[in-house]
Design a protein. Structure first.
Lengths: 242, 242
DNA sequence: CATCAAGATATGTCTAGTTGTATAATATAG
DNA sequence: CTATATTATACAACTAGACATATCTTGATG
């Protein structure tokens, strides 16, 4: 009579407000350092109580997007992390240069046979053993990407051990005789987050991700790493160098 | 317990309560916009459980007679606003003629490239710069619609500034040399409200909206505005002139 | 010009009240 | 006995208002 089984599990009001403000910020309507409208004004705009706006703002503060000062207002803390993609792609260096505090958590390192795509990208025979590792990247303590990258073991013997000991791609490659490497190719596309990715990135299943696929080569143009990275779309802006 | 338990009840308690409240409303005891007593008070007054009162209120909400807002209360719903759609569509004029108090709140004005659909509707090259603005429409202080409309900047230089200064489409167009305009086409369809729309219109996510897509042209039949409006389905009745 | 005081604003915190939702128990009709 | 209507209880989410406290603005004062 009154209700049908098709009940609407609506998103919380404060959550919708947070999303709206997050969108305004990421679209540049409020630039970094800008003062957001006062809580009272926002409450009026959205037609809700001030406490509901405060809940939304608290969420944005928790995410690091907004910083509040009592008596002064709420200010946009920073734009999404700029992540330059060019000939030299170094996670730690890039974020340090942007004034961020980078962090990396390796979830797994394993040896396994190469898939067809991996073998092709690394220019090795299909089914050859390689070293794969995947994990999470953080900026200022907030997860911004999940990655999976593989190395040809035949070309880089001991890379798996070096990776485990150093926890750094750059250092591990240096350990096995690759002092420098450059990005040979990068492909970008947008996909939806699956459950696992959403969990790691603290977002919702289906939220947009920016997927980057790239191959790094050594000084003699031999592929040394084939990596895929899924960036949280609302936290990262990739910038392309000429 | 207080009511005769041995007798067979022809009508359910909640139904009787709904009828009583419906009568109070139709007799003017509660005028449109008035706040009904709280569920606790009504439960006390009718000598029943709060849930039984809620069942009655749910029925009235379903009928469209009552609107509830969590934390605020239950209110007698205002009558739907008649909104004529014809050759001349003027938000303010239409509502003033209907004896309402119109209001408009522009949320954003920006310049950006035209999408394919917008370029087609305005008969301009794809990607050309246009002026877009979106916001909210009110009738007697209640939000009844969200809108987004775009203008071709090449054909109407300065329209964005005029819009910002006047806050009125009709006046802004007059400022840039379009003294009069008429509706060339209108398309209507029903859609579900997303979280943002629901928030602005103070309704629930998934509630039905009436979407109107229209193109306005100047005296020489050149498109000057391409607008989309989402009306709250329970607050507006569109009326078509012959 | 520099400084201080007072007022206006804005966020932080607290208390209370109201609707929304979930779960379980009880009564009544069929 | 079974299904439905009603009661009972608890908690979550949102509103409403008041007050404290930090910050900014303004104007008077020397």
């Amino acid at each position: 009579m009154s209700n049908s089984p098709a009940k609407t599990r609506r998103t919380a009001i404060w959550s919708a407000i947070a999303t709206a403000l997050r969108g305004d910020i990421s679209e540049g309507r409020y630039a970094p350092g800008d003062k957001l409208p006062t809580e009272a004004v926002l409450a009026e705009r959205f037609g809700v109580n001030r406490h509901t706006v405060r809940h939304a703002l608290a969420k944005l503060v928790e995410e690091g997007l907004v910083r509040t000062r009592r008596g002064a207002g709420a200010f946009v803390a920073a734009l999404p992390t700029d992540y330059p993609i060019g000939r030299r792609v170094r996670f730690h260096e890039n974020l340090l240069a942007a004034g961020r505090r980078p962090e990396k958590r390796i979830l797994q390192i394993e040896r396994r046979a190469a898939t067809i795509g991996e073998a092709e990208a690394l220019a090795i025979p299909k089914g050859e053993t390689l070293c794969a590792h995947h994990g999470l990247s953080f900026s200022d303590g907030r997860p911004i990407a999940v990655f999976e990258s593989v190395f040809p073991l035949s070309r880089l013997p001991g890379i798996d051990i070096a990776l485990e000991e150093t926890g750094s791609v750059t250092e591990a490659l240096a350990c096995v005789g690759v002092p420098d490497y450059t990005r040979a190719s990068t492909r970008l596309t947008a996909v939806r987050a699956n459950a696992t990715q959403a969990l790691h990135l603290q977002m919702r299943e289906g939220d947009p991700l920016l997927r980057s696929t790239g191959v790094n080569v050594d000084g003699e143009m031999r592929p040394v790493e084939y990596g895929r990275t899924w960036f949280a779309g609302d936290r990262v802006t990739l910038t392309l160098e000429s």
